[in-house]
Design a protein around this ligand. Sequence first.
Ligand code: DGJ
Length: 764
Amino acid sequence: MIHFNPKTRMLNLILRSSVYAMQIDNKDRLVHVVWGPHPVGVDGVLSGKIKPILSDHASFEFQTRRDELLTFGDTTTHEVTLKASFATLPDPLPDGDAPHLPIRDVRLRYVSHEIVTDAQPGLAPAHGLPTVNREPRETLRIQMADPVQPLTVTLCYRLTPAQDIIERWLELANMGDAPIEIEQLFFGALHLPNGTTELTSVSGAWAQEFQTQRERLPIGRRVIEHRSLQTGHAANPFFLLNRPGQAWEEHGTVYFGALAYSGSWQLSFEQFHSTDVRVHGGYHPADFGLTLVAGAQHKTPALVCGVCDEGWGGASRRLHAFTRERILPIAVAASQLRRAALQTVPLESHETGGAVRTPAAADYRPILYNSWEATYFGITEQNQIELAQKAAAIGVELFCLDDGWFGGRRFDVAGLGDWTVSPDVFPNGLEPLISEVNRLGMDFGLWVEPEMVNPDSDLYQAHPEWALHFPGRPRTEARCQLILDFGREEVVEHIFNALDSLLAQYNIAFIKWDMNRNVSEPGSVVGKAIWQAHVAGVYGIIDRLRAKYPHLTIESCSGGGGRIDLGILGRTDQVWTSDNTDALDRLRIQEGFSLAYPARVMEAWVTHEKNHQTGRSHELSTRFDVAMRGALGIGASLNGLDEAELKECASYIAFYKRIRHIVQGGDLYRLERLEESDASTILYVLPDGSEAVYSVVVHSHKMGQFRRMVPLRGLIPSATYEVLDRYQKVRLTATGYELMVQGIGGDEDGRSGHSRTLHIKRVE
Ligand code: DGJ
């Protein structure tokens, strides 16, 4: 609910268990009042009678007032949300003023506000596919303007009360005749209570993504960021913040935020000497430049934020539910559509009616087989068909052909950009393989890396100017490849057409969209605007493909987990979490991932006994128990497994099919985190408490140390549950109360690598 008190000019945003309030002061400035949890069920409207401690400034501490939108100019001495410069002088020039240009001073004053439903932030998906929950949401739009310069800024707040989430974005408009240069632009600023200084975020690298880091904010500024054309491995654009020692996994007030954007980004955390904390999130300021020509507008993507009183786990569960219900698109299950009818099926006909859709079996991510680690660049039609036959026999539902099927791509030195099937590998095209995959009852998926070009390719030979570069300067290759200039419309069009032809010609249900390098020399025909143009180009191609092929699903991959964020998740169905498939390394990666993103999108493969990345060996049970925590996939060479091992795989896959709706649709409880323990124990519970999945994996057992029993959460205390193993054998019958007070025994003497997954089912 959004409430405005005309007397006190107080604006309240009331969510399920939190409140966000702002007030327009006597100089028409919009000042932040409070943001925090409120008791559930209580009408949380704040009257505005209690005046926050506000001061304009003192000689040496400017900018103490909590402006909702902090602008450069005025009395700025700290970080700002917006910096703009104007090239025109006021007319008439006040007496005594010198004609210095540009004028770098923005002061915004309240003009009006409105409450609308379902406004969209910048770069919102345009594919037209529905999300699970389509109930309309209120958006508050507050229009502010500079009193002298022709710049208006609309502050937007879209509310998702059920998850205590507010999406914040800005809409800028140049109402004048001369261009306005925007020099810094975040999507919003957050004011947190003094002392909210414990930051949880993730850092990483290729094959080591999502390493959780927890730290105390310094006085001053700490940034987490990535400067490239994708989200990046080095950090991920989300955070959790709480008072040190006053929040824990399931308790305490935790603020959280994430960016719905896949380009160069920054989250900036600023703590003042007063322990006041501010957060800015949005476009990375480095090399940022946006020219608003006369009459132009710019809408930023969203900074998604929220607060809860249920610890880090409560924050994660809110982000997960928000992503599952409000961000992920619902594709039409390919198997439900006849290929011939695809082009003519209008989107509405796939919708089930009603604002909230009940998930059907087809809504869960299928079990994937990817042949990359089995054959790498040694693909033949025959070896892929053999793998497909074995994959289908163990219960796989989607077969994905990875890199190496096109152009001159016999290794990673050539071919990117030439998106036609290589006759050297598939003399009869992809049809024989796809027909066999479909005959076996599986959908077919194909790997692509559309943003890239190898200099050794027909595309580059024809259009060397299409690669990002600065004239007369070197072009640095990484993995022997360059990045195409998505600032050029003809390049975006060319890539769309290449993918469109493949999808029109073949029965492709899934694409794995990869991107295997960071940017260098970002020279483009659109200049500094390339940072946003690249992201818009990628999003635009995906949106057009999905609109045209509503059965298509997509995996976002960038050398593993390099492009995972709430922006890409609005147009993809799953992400490749990491190229590191070592089960024990994965535990830590998946734990960090789970802080912000739901298991449903977390593609996780079971690969070879001796891991190709780390060289370590793990038992099949450990590999399955870890991979079954996300969207299960198989990446091992099935040709190297004997009958008994294939049978074992089939029994795990059958088990996963019984528990998949809980893993992919349930609430996650991190019962035991690697951060504090040698083991990881997690629980997925369906929101109605009827079923759960318990998963424990011992990472590094220490001799002489005994494991404790871990109490469960989220069950119905009075209900009785059966605890079943993979063979559906009942191992324990107990009440929800007993399970939540004591836990499940049997892990006490677990050794490193010991793991098990149990299905918990309500029986009365
Ligand atoms: C990087 C991906 O993360 C891998 O899974 C694989 O698709 C390779 N690229 C192929 O080049």
